[in-house]
Design a binder for this molecule. Sequence first.
Ligand SMILES: Cc1cc2nc3c(=O)[nH]c(=O)nc-3n(C[C@H](O)[C@H](O)[C@H](O)COP(=O)(O)OP(=O)(O)OC[C@H]3O[C@@H](n4cnc5c(N)ncnc54)[C@H](O)[C@@H]3O)c2cc1C
Length: 402
Amino acid sequence: MSRESMEYDVVIIGGGPSGLSTAIKLKQLDSNLNICLLEKASEIGAHILSGNVFETRALDELLPNWRELNAPIKTKVTKEKFLFLGKTKSLSWPTWLLPTVQQNHKNYIISLANLCRWLAEQAENLGVEIFPGFPASEILYNEDGSVKGVATQDMGIDKDGNKKDSFEPGIELLGKVTVFAEGCRGHLGKQLIEKFELNKGKDPQQYGIGFKEIWEIEDKNHEEGLVMHTAGWPLDNNTYGGSFMYHAENKQVFLGYVIGLDYKNPHLSPYDEFQRFKTHPAIKKIIEGGKRISYGARALIEGGFQSLPKMFMPGALLVGCDAGTLNMPKIKGSHTAMKSGIIAAETINEHLKETKDLSIYENKFKNSWLYKELYEARNVKPSFSWGANFRNYFYRNRPNFI
Ligand SMILES: Cc1cc2nc3c(=O)[nH]c(=O)nc-3n(C[C@H](O)[C@H](O)[C@H](O)COP(=O)(O)OP(=O)(O)OC[C@H]3O[C@@H](n4cnc5c(N)ncnc54)[C@H](O)[C@@H]3O)c2cc1C
């Protein structure tokens, strides 16, 4: 079967924060570059789980005038709460006692999907070709084994694998460099990590599952700018996880729960724990009388610094959560994904202009604030067992709390 092919300087797979930042930075560095970006969702943002506390550090570097460009970043974090939950009671923990990485006073409560839509607009204004509705399904290789590009999925195949009348073969998109920005557990990224042994000598990757619901709540319960996190009930002391509730504009709250997938109890159902959590009096009183307007779930990549694979290979780079740049103690991966995209763009620009090897990515990454941030956060998740001991001690000494 012959497939049509199109040639670009750079092909980017994934229209999340990392892929879009790569595209924008590349065009800023050289407006003559031909860049295409494939997104599997029907439109940019449609597969992004909305609701996010956003650190602007990478965006400040990428588009310092984002305020004038009317970026959808309006609600500043004005207040923070951290609650330890027992079955019916809750104890407020002073947020100044939390590690600084978990404090949010300079951040914003945003819809990440809207931010991606806006980033896509900026990219298109710079001349990036964005193709939504096109999942990249196959990696293409040159004879020397380097990555040559990707092929999109064939369309019009029935459930038994037979071609329907509407059959159309996929298209080959060939790039001098291909950037994989598929997000956590990207299926092409996983193949590349295995083929090029990018994770050799690294700790095994770790994952979590995150649920997010958007609620419209009653005015009296809404405090725009409030960020609230909880730990404790309904999870037992050996399960890594907790909740978040972000009060955004328009009486909306982004409510969610994250559970590490290394939980020991095989009967635990993360989704049901989330639903149970919403019945706690401290949570119920906020959402009661409100309406859930959307919901979703997404895997999170939690291994951090120790599990971060090599992010370059012949002909291609891995960026964002496809590699694993999320900062777990912060529960933030948007700004780190964006920064990894910026570094990727700088690498590609030098690679194309000065024929430097893509391995310069590593040095650039090591000299960046992203490396420093992930390095500093590296022991927080592993020290969870210490945290669990602390919680056991706390509950033992306050039996009435439960
Ligand atoms: C519940 C939850 C809460 C979170 N809260 C926060 C928070 O408050 N603050 C924060 O900073 N971060 C948060 N994060 C993390 C943040 O969402 C991610 O770190 C960030 O989105 C990673 O960006 P990315 O570009 O690497 O990947 P993604 O945002 O996952 O984007 C990947 C894109 O690629 C597309 N794609 C995937 N495969 C293909 C393919 N084969 N072909 C074409 N397109 C493809 C996807 O549809 C998607 O649009 C949270 C994550 C979860 C799950």
